[in-house]
Design a protein around this ligand. Sequence first.
Ligand SMILES: [Zn+2]
Length: 1013
Amino acid sequence: MHDDRTLVESRLKRVLDERIRPAVYPESVPLEVGIWTAPGEPVPVAEGLAAPRTPIAVGDAWGAPWGTSWITVTGTVPEAWAGRTVEALIDLGFDANMPGFQCEGLVYRPDGSPVKGLNPQNQWVRIAAPAAGGEQVLLHVEAASNPVILDYHPFLPTELGDRETAGDRPQYKLARMDLAVFDETVWQLVMDLEVLGELMAELPVEGPRRWEILRAVERCLDAIDLQDVNSTAAAARSRLEGVLAAPAVPSAHRISAIGHAHIDSAWLWPLRETVRKVARTTANMTALLEDEPEFRYTMSQAQQFAWIKEHRPEVYARVRKAVAEGRFVPAGGMWVESDTNMPSSEAMARQFVHGKRFFLDEFGVENHEAWLPDTFGFTGGLPQIIRNAGSKWLLTQKISWSQVNRFPHHTFLWEGIDGTRIFTHFPPVDTYNCSMKGSEIAHAARNFKDKGVARHSLAPTGWGDGGGGTTREMVAKAARMKDLEGSATVRWENPAEFFAKAEAEYPNPPVWVGELYLELHRATLTSQARTKQGNRRSENLLREAELWCATATLRTGAAYPYEQLDRIWKTVLLHQFHDILPGSSIAWVHREAEATYAALAGELEGLIGAAQRALAGAAAGGRELVFNAAPHTRSTVPAGGAAAVAVPGGVCEAVERSEGGFTLRNGLLEVVVDADGLITSVVEPATGRETVAPGSRANLLQLHPDFPNMWDAWDVDQFYRNTVTDLTGTDSLTASSSPAGASVRITRSFGSSTVVQTLTLPAGEQRLDIDTEVDWHETEKFLKAAFPLDVHTERYAAETQFGHLHRPTHTNTSWDAAKFEACNHRFVHLEEPGWGVALVTASTYGHDVTRTVRAEDGGTTTTVRFSLLRAPRFPDPKTDQGLHRFRHALVPGAAIGDAVREGYRIGLPERTVTGSAERVAPLVELDNDALVVSAVKLADDRSGDLVVRVYEAGGGRARGRLTTSFPLAGAVPCDLLERPWDGTRGEVAFEDGAVRLALRPFELVTLRLRVSA
Ligand SMILES: [Zn+2]
């Protein structure tokens, strides 16, 4: 037979595009349209409905950036359409693609009840089926003229990302505004042909199935009268019945589809717009659930449910009903889909506490999967947190974005730093926005790495990022692929149904140990430094506030601020969303985040101050009490307590050197700063051990050009290192000393920026503090602070949640080389047997570690560089411009325990309060420094119980006794939600009024302590 395959395929494309799709709406009449534009920010629905409209016509421009217009459409269904299905078609001026990245609308009835959302892939509103004819149509659309930031010219700087700079030029032109007849038979024919056409394109040309479909399609097209598609569509469809009925082969890959809209809680839009995005998408999804009995939908992020509850209660009522039916599934159990690299131990835990508790309180639902499709990498601390939250599965697809290495599994056990293993699935469809295209389904089946031992994968299905969700077309296509020869099978299933099946069929999955590092978006550890600082400051202040408020409540009976702490935690958790904390949002988001963090700091300082004053007693005639919120004793102040301390004194000196520069001494360290203000030597007099690599200079600021190929705020590409400028010029160099310490102050200028650094050796401490103040006015540059260390080691430790993980200092493999920028929390630590050094940071996260071998003496120089600032221009064209302050410290001779201690110290400065009390005894004390208290708080159930979270911080086994300064009636190990839990694997024993603990490396345990009445 002659090969006419491409001819028929081309025929299918043209007839679908030009004749069949246009015939879905064969008749239409125009709607009357009126508009009112709100003068500023969005207005309440009642106000929008009541405002006077002015006429507007199709083709007219509307919509300044970030504006809200209320558009009213009116019309009458023609009598001749009686018995037909009628829909309104509302095209606000959509571009064909990218729902959620442009204008959007929410349709309301005249009584203010929401109907559904409008986006480029969802422009219809059902009016009647069947119509009686003569119906009056009156609908209102709350239309958001959100500007396009990303689509047309990706990554070009734009002022549109903030209402303050976006101007008022209209962004859109009204397009089709019609009442139309919807021909369901033609629409079904389109679905048949799309599914078969797309499947056919994926099948092997050598195989018979492709040809059977081709011939059936040809017979179908032959049956269509191109001048009268509507009356011939049914006959055409009948010619496809045979090929659509052929069942899938028994070994077909099985896809669990779940309706989804990945909605970024802020990104290329501000938080307030996400509140509305969620309402639009959710209104659509609850409507689709009503129309499609087999469809299932899942939504993550408790915060988004809370927004609907507060702002669109009618939509929330529909959500509640669908959740009760088990068809609208809350997923993930987190407050938001947060970043996981940067949130502290406690914050990561609280993401799950507040997320799961919201779902439990609102719906009585506890889900067991962590749902993080789009988060930029996953720390080795996360598995234990997931397990301690009462969950057991993880879903993400993001690692498929890695630039270099292909991850070897799609379904596997992921083992964290403490040994906890979590059953993990990466959907092989490689997207969280599956649209049921044949190419996606075939890719999932082909791509699945666990073929032969497993058959199931999951496909989150629906428009995402900016919302949109699943469409009726996706549901129709899934129905055809339920059991279709040549295709993977597709079933709508809840995440838990999928995970249960996947786990059952794969009893011995492969294991991946350690972090799931994303080989992309590495600069999100540095971009928008003020947002990151606000996060770290809030985390530290929350620790202090919980500790001192709990102490004040137990000691003085002061009221514990449950509601205030709950609200503040949720605000901090929201800002850990994976485009806010990582610094990848528009300027508006980061400007607001900075203001929000400042307000939270004020509130938390107020709580801390009030609690400490209550504990210190009357100030008049009192003495100075020093409060220590850190988990380790400081001089004479116990961890979690307060005491009077003598001002530390010592012989601290700063001596000018004849060759320029200064030598600082405090008896524990001798630091040489040269004439350029750089550190050439740091020696412990007691041992003579030098920290700085010979021939190198430490605290060297280095400036790189930084213009990645894509994703400016997100990415730093490896070639940035090819060019570097060492900032060695000084404007001034001065030194000073006092009994409290010796310091050197260096000022430099470069480009359009200036930097002032103060290096301080505090009295009595084996530590060099480094304070850096940068007035940053660079463009597309990366600023690093380098510390070349005389340390020979193949690996270093970086702090993460509830412990640390190791990374190589070399680039042996492509996996090692790809980690050229990585995350630490408060420290990195390097050691040779018997001697180590820690570098500690108050608010930065990005760093790199490299090694060289010196020609002169054969020794190894291991260089740690902290990443300080970047200056990308997309999506915020002025990222990080202005004044920044950083604090770092160099701790020579530090064991891992010292690194942990100094990490806490740098973020938790002592506070001095005047009062009558002699001292404030800590509520709890531990007799082993390896056991670190992560949180002290009152139980969220308001029972008055004290909750204490402890973890083993050194990576070894640790035994210890936890004693309390109050009579202890009992101690119960709990999960993170403070529910009694027998999953703790170490020993926890309540005996003799104290708690005996024996924890495994990095194990965390949450204790609920009952206070004796
Ligand atoms: Zn996202």
